[in-house]
Design a protein around this ligand. Structure first.
Ligand SMILES: Nc1ncnc2c1ncn2[C@@H]1O[C@H](COP(=O)(O)OP(=O)(O)OP(=O)(O)O)[C@@H](O)[C@H]1O
Ligand SMILES: [Mg+2]
Length: 336
């Protein structure tokens, strides 16, 4: 068993943590199961930790928690499930060391599966607590699907990564995920800007104005010409998901990332960024069996080099945060 570690661990606190700027939150989702979300989280986190950042990975997939295994840690005695069930109030007490220096873990094990998803209010508390963790990067491993909890974790992050495999089902699920995230963001943005009426009006005009896509809706709201509407549209346009294609085998597979981003622009008016790709590598299976992330197990492999590139881009680029306020919508409001 590893022991919990707090700030007083003798390690130098890096500039970001020292400045109390709050951890940068990166969420990794994608709609479909088995596309490599946990693989991406473990490996990108390891690269960031190796580069000297303090990193905490969080297994938000309470129904299928396995991130502890992918980072080579034993299942800790306490996990995020204890925070969700209100058995533990201090998220910091759920942070455990991993065998990788600079990389810590909040596991998702021991959940009571009948109540695995936190209530909205608990989620809001969790999001605030995540940002207060003593780390440079907090990386959230999301479950599959488009449950409102998954979407909220995705939207609260500064960077949202969508992992997609080059299979039609995965691409389809990635679009479903992005569309659901877009509408969820819209609901969150409406609370802050008081534009609910504008959206309702725009939606009501759907048939008359031939609105078929989220982009049509944004254009309609923009044309209504109000300060609230303009702010709302701006919030929506700040949504910048980043796309990673995993399990790449051919040159065509690599091009898929550009196609996904171009669909995002065309239908959502979203400026998605193609962050990179990772090839399919047989050694991934061996690395998991050896309880080491690939970038530790085979650091010189092509896949590891692509993963390091993705991590460098994430650490280097500081686009304006895409996150929306964690306080909205009001508790008890229905999921989209
Ligand atoms: N680039 C790759 N090359 C080869 N195998 C890979 C690659 N990426 C992931 N895998 C393997 O694919 C399987 C699924 O990966 P992973 O568990 O990371 O997916 P996931 O999206 O987190 O799934 P879930 O939605 O069930 O949590 C694992 O066995 C993993 O080792
Ligand atoms: Mg997973």
């Amino acid at each position: 068993m590893t022991s919990p570690r707090s700030t007083g661990d003798g390690k130098p606190v890096t500039a970001r943590a020292a400045a109390n700027a709050g951890a940068r939150i990166i969420s990794v989702g994608g709609g479909k199961g088995g596309v490599g979300k946990s693989f991406m989280v473990a490996n990108v986190a390891t690269c960031l930790a190796r580069a000297g950042h303090r990193v905490i990975v969080v297994d938000c997939d309470l129904e299928g928690a396995n991130l502890h295994t992918v980072v080579g840690a034993h299942a800790p005695v306490a996990s995020l499930a204890d925070f969700v069930a209100q058995r533990v109030d201090d998220l910091g007490k759920l942070v455990f060391d991993t065998p990788i220096d600079g990389l810590q873990l909040i596991a998702g094990t021991h959940a009571n599966l009948s109540e695995a998803q936190p209530t909205h209010l608990r989620r809001v508390r969790l999001m605030r607590a995540l940002r207060r963790l003593q780390a440079d990067f907090v990386i959230l491993d999301l479950g599959a699907g488009v449950h409102s909890a998954v979407l909220d974790y995705f939207l609260v992050a500064d960077d949202g990564l969508v992992v997609c495999s080059p299979e039609p089902t995965s691409v389809e699920n990635a679009y479903t995920f992005l569309r659901a995230a877009f509408y969820r963001r819209m609901r969150l943005a409406m609370v802050g800007h008081g534009v609910r009426k504008l959206v309702t009006t725009a939606m009501d005009q759907r048939n008359e104005h031939g609105m078929r896509t989220p982009l049509d809706l944004l254009r309609e709201i923009e044309s209504i010409d109000s300060a609230d509407g303009a702010r709302f549209v701006q919030t929506m346009r700040e949504f910048r998901p980043r796309v990673v294609i995993n399990n790449v085998r051919t040159a065509e597979d690599i091009k898929l990332g550009f196609a996904v981003c171009s669909v995002c622009r065309k239908y959502f008016g979203i400026d998605a960024e193609y962050l990179g790709y990772v090839n399919q590598d047989e050694d991934v299976r061996l690395s998991v069996a050896n309880r080491k992330p690939l970038v530790e197990y085979r650091p010189k492999s092509d896949a590891s080099i692509y993963l390091q590139r993705i991590a460098r881009k994430l650490a280097g680029s500081r686009p304006p945060s895409q996150r929306v306020a964690a306080s909205a919508p009001a508790a008890g409001s229905p999921a989209p």
